[in-house]
Design a protein. Structure first.
Length: 291
């Protein structure tokens, strides 16, 4: 890195390998159980010390977020309030490389990454527990994205426990270029009969991709059906991913619109992503490792 060049941090895409959702409680929130993992692809965030707060966006999906409220600013302002400041004196740059409203936790991951970077750059006396407490009101994905490691999430997503030990997971993320707003998907989910947010039997560890796939096949994503009902193109993407050579399991992540497909090797995932990009050039496809 040359002097003056921003220090970029990866804001990794979040993938829900399973997502069990229960009916809303008295507080209106849906209890959930999910195995969340993080990809080695995502947006990039840079935070540097400055005289005043500045925020700049670039990247292939920047136009989708410009002009509206941004979770990065909301999170940093919440941090500023916690330490008795109006705004934090930082310059934030966001290179937006993930699709928006895609079920990848992009906005939450961006905010979590910026919050940790701002703490480090300014030397703020806020440990991870304090950051999580500040971030929890910003959304159900925030605790997971601040952890940025494989976790089992419960409650509204804020109650975290370690995930089983996992093998290297090679995957393709495929997005058909349409948004899938979370609120609308949850409302559609509430209109149909709902199971409890049950947890599958948790293994202490999964030693191979075959074991992982076998275990995941006994789980589900309860938001998959309502997401496809609202946006049928998500169903098309799921069928395309499932039919790619070498696919072991395909599923919608989060509330969509992105689907993931699991593969035995990194080479198989890269080959599938290349083929999908050629066959669907107007879609977004990326091979990745889920960690």
């Amino acid at each position: 890195m040359t002097p003056g060049e921003p220090a970029w941090r990866l804001a990794p895409a979040k993938v829900n390998l399973f997502l069990h959702v229960g009916p809303p409680g008295a507080d209106g929130y849906h209890p959930l159980v999910s195995l969340a993992v993080f990809a080695d692809v995502g947006d990039r965030v840079s935070v540097t010390r400055a005289d005043t707060f500045r925020f700049k966006t670039a990247g292939p999906f920047a136009a989708r977020i410009n002009g509206g409220p941004n979770l990065i600013e909301t999170g940093l302002d919440a941090m500023a309030n916690a330490v008795g400041r109006d705004r934090l004196p930082v310059h934030v740059q966001l290179d937006k490389r993930l699709p928006v409203a895609a079920g990848l936790g992009g906005g939450s991951s961006d905010a979590a990454t910026a919050m940790k970077a701002a703490r480090d750059v300014l030397g703020l006396d806020l440990d991870d527990t304090a950051l999580t407490r500040i971030a929890e009101p910003l959304g159900a994905d925030m605790a997971m994205c601040l952890a940025a490691r494989p976790v089992i999430a419960r409650g509204r997503g804020e109650v975290l426990s370690p995930a089983p030990s996992l093998p290297d997971i090679h995957a393709v993320l495929l997005n058909p270029g349409v948004p899938s707003p979370t609120g609308a998907v949850y409302r559609a989910y509430d209109e149909a009969p709902r199971p409890a947010a049950d947890a599958p039997d948790m293994s202490a560890g999964l030693a191979s991709t075959a074991e992982l796939v076998d275990w995941l096949e006994r789980t589900r994503n309860d938001l998959e059906t309502p997401a496809i009902g609202l946006t049928p193109l998500i169903g098309t993407a799921l069928e395309v991913a499932a039919s790619a050579p070498g696919t072991l399991l395909a599923r919608v992540t989060g509330s969509g619109a992105t689907v993931f497909a699991l593969f035995e090797t990194a080479e198989a995932a890269r080959s599938a992503a290349d083929a999908l990009s050629q066959a669907r050039p107007d879609w977004w496809a990326a091979s990745c490792r889920l960690t």
